[in-house]
Design a protein around this ligand. Structure first.
Ligand code: FAD
Ligand code: NAP
Length: 535
């Protein structure tokens, strides 16, 4: 059984891995190359090599109730979508509460992780670290790789003929910090992910003109959903997840399109995705449509070529006098401290069982945490990953055979391509509720709604029709938390608290999207119809 665990990185994945190790009685040591916790969420004015870099205005696109860890709700007065500094504050309170800092060796970079010669029997690793110029070797029983995947910029200059002639300034979105210095400029943002949308919207308030060039388009959603509740509390319910799984794909596609076009017609705004039926990660941006409506942002197609000062697009339109190009073209990642054969990365493709375990290992003593892009919040996702992994390390859960794992990887990849498409930005994409349930099932923490219907019907209804938050996975099984039920019933209070700065006497329930309700009713009618046919 593994005891000593090396955790690489003290971002959110590393912090939760530490907590899970401690809860399982393992002995973790976390190596963090920088001087502090928080990873991506610790904003710095300057870009640092080897660490994710964000702009000053980044606000979470997943809400606080859907992003908190399962036994540690965010403080009531925290806003529903958090500025990066506020999220970092939450991680600091979390690390303090669970006394995690004592396990972290700061300013210590992991240089290599290698199997010991007797690995097939011991499952042990030699970890080489460097701190203040000093190298150190240590043996560990298991390794959790939590080094992040938004560090290496994907800047595909080959796809932009003429870039070498361009006389203006160009840089990757990771370089962008503030809109200062861009006043009066004509700016071209390439790509249409969340970085592109945030940066274009922010710059368009200062610049003379902003253009967004997109090759495939994207759906854009507001953070604000029905009744003003955060989008993810309405979108990620078990009920809607079930509907998306059981209804015919054509119906789901039609419903999704109708819903996404309710706010504004994406075709009219030039944003409609080329393949509008993919579940590709949407953009969460409340400003983008209005900035387009004001003419401050113009949406353009794929770039055909660049000249010294202009961009020529595939529809042969030309935009002259471009001063700045921002490549918001996403990220790629690598694990320089691992041997290639362990976790090989090709065009962002990795072969890991359930996004975590290399299937070919003789012993399952190494796992990647956070190498995933769920349609919902990553925080509860990495928590369940770490809960499962630590139980595998302890020998309390086991993995299937190598062949079964390989078959699962292939099957999952086919489904992913079918649902989310082939784009590099979607390679780590996964469904939210399904994936959380899958992991929870592995550790026995998935709530049994059918039996709860008799024992605690009020809770069962909340679990099924309400937001699928992390507390749901602390009701039963290992790590059961007595406060979980109460946290589920008090979430509305925590959502409304920061809004009630001028309290009025109204109350409202969590809505489930109207169309889903109608379709739910329709499904019931169809089910009844077939029921009577069978008799
Ligand atoms: P990171 O935060 O990147 O942390 C990795 C850590 O490992 C760093 O501290 C780094 O210094 C350390 N490290 C790396 N290599 C080594 C080494 N060799 N030795 C020692 N230490 C090392 N997800 C959401 O769910 N909601 C959001 O709102 C959201 N917003 C996002 C906004 C932006 C701009 C981006 C880019 C991503 C966002 N994400 C969001 C996804 C994001 O990946 C997660 O929020 C999360 O921060 C990832 O955490 P991590 O710990 O896995 O990686
Ligand atoms: P991303 O989601 O990977 O988007 C990259 C964009 O670049 C895509 O539109 C992609 O287009 C385009 N692109 C890639 N290669 C290209 C090429 N050769 N030519 C033209 N276009 C190209 O990257 P991101 O926007 O930086 O986001 C990374 C992650 O961080 C995401 O999970 C995102 O949600 C998160 N994020 C969150 C926030 C927030 O919470 N506020 C802010 C920023 C980022 P195709 O789709 O056509 O491939």
């Amino acid at each position: 059984m593994a005891r000593k665990v090396a955790v690489i990185g003290a971002g959110v994945s590393g912090l939760i891995s530490l907590k899970c190790c401690v809860e399982e009685g393992l002995e973790p040591t976390c190596f963090e190359r920088t001087e502090d916790i928080g990873g991506l969420w610790r904003f710095k004015e300057h870009v640092e090599d080897g660490r994710a870099s964000i702009y000053h205005s980044v606000i979470t696109n997943t809400s606080k109730e859907m992003s908190c860890f399962s036994d540690f709700p965010m403080p009531e007065d925290f806003p529903n979508f958090l500025h990066n500094s506020k999220l970092l504050e939450y991680f600091r309170i979390f690390a303090k509460k669970f006394d995690l800092l004592k396990y972290i060796q700061f300013q210590t970079t992991v240089l290599s992780v290698k199997k010991l010669p007797d690995f097939p029997s011991s499952g042990q690793w030699e970890v080489v670290t460097q701190s203040h110029g000093q190298e150190r070797r240590e043996v560990f029983d298991a390794v959790m790789v939590c080094s992040g995947h938004h560090i290496i910029p994907n800047i595909p200059l080959d796809s932009f003929p003429g870039i070498e002639k361009f006389k203006g300034q160009y840089f990757h979105s990771r370089q962008y910090k503030h809109p200062v210095g861009f006043e009066g400029k004509r700016i071209l943002v390439i790509g249409i992910g969340n970085s592109a949308a945030d940066i274009a919207a922010e710059l368009s308030k200062k610049a003379a003109q902003v253009f967004i060039s997109t090759r495939h388009g994207s759906w854009v959603m507001s953070r604000i959903s029905e009744d003003g509740y955060p989008w993810d509390m309405v979108f990620h319910t078990r009920f809607s997840s079930m509907l998306r799984n059981v209804l015919p794909r054509t119906v789901v596609k039609w419903m999704t399109e109708q819903q996404l076009n309710q706010w504004f017609n994406h075709e009219n705004y030039g944003l409609e995705p080329q393949n509008k039926y993919l579940m590709k990660e949407p953009i969460l941006n409340d400003d983008l449509p209005s900035r387009i409506l004001y003419g401050a942002i113009k949406v353009k197609p794929r770039i055909k070529a660049l000249t010294e000062t202009a961009a020529i697009f595939e529809d042969d339109t030309v935009e002259e006098d471009i001063d700045v190009i921002v490549f918001a073209t996403g990220y790629t990642f690598s694990f320089p401290f691992l041997e290639d054969s362990l976790v090989s990365v090709e065009n962002n493709m990795v072969s890991l069982y359930k996004f975590m375990f290399p299937p070919q290992l003789e012993k399952p003593t190494l796992a990647c945490i956070g190498l995933i892009q769920p349609l919902g919040s990553i925080f509860p996702t990495v928590e369940l990953q770490a809960r499962w992994v630590t139980r595998v390390f302890k020998g309390l859960c086991s993995l299937p055979s190598k062949n079964t794992m390989m078959a699962d990887i292939i099957n999952r990849n086919e489904k992913r391509t079918d649902l989310f498409g082939k784009s590099q930005s979607q390679i780590l994409q996964t469904n939210y509720v399904d994936y959380l349930d899958e992991l929870a099932l592995e550790i026995g923490a998935k709530p049994d709604i059918a039996s709860l219907l008799f024992k605690d019907p009020k809770l069962a209804v909340k679990l099924y029709f309400g937001p699928c938050n992390s507390y749901q996975y602390r009701l039963v099984g290992p790590g059961k938390w007595e406060g979980a039920r109460n946290a589920i019933f008090t979430q509305k209070q925590r959502i409304l608290k920061p809004l009630k700065t001028r309290a009025l006497k109204h109350s409202s329930r969590f809505p489930s999207p109207f169309l889903l309700k109608v379709l739910g009713l329709f499904t019931l009618i169809v089910a009844f119809f077939f029921h009577f046919q069978w008799f």
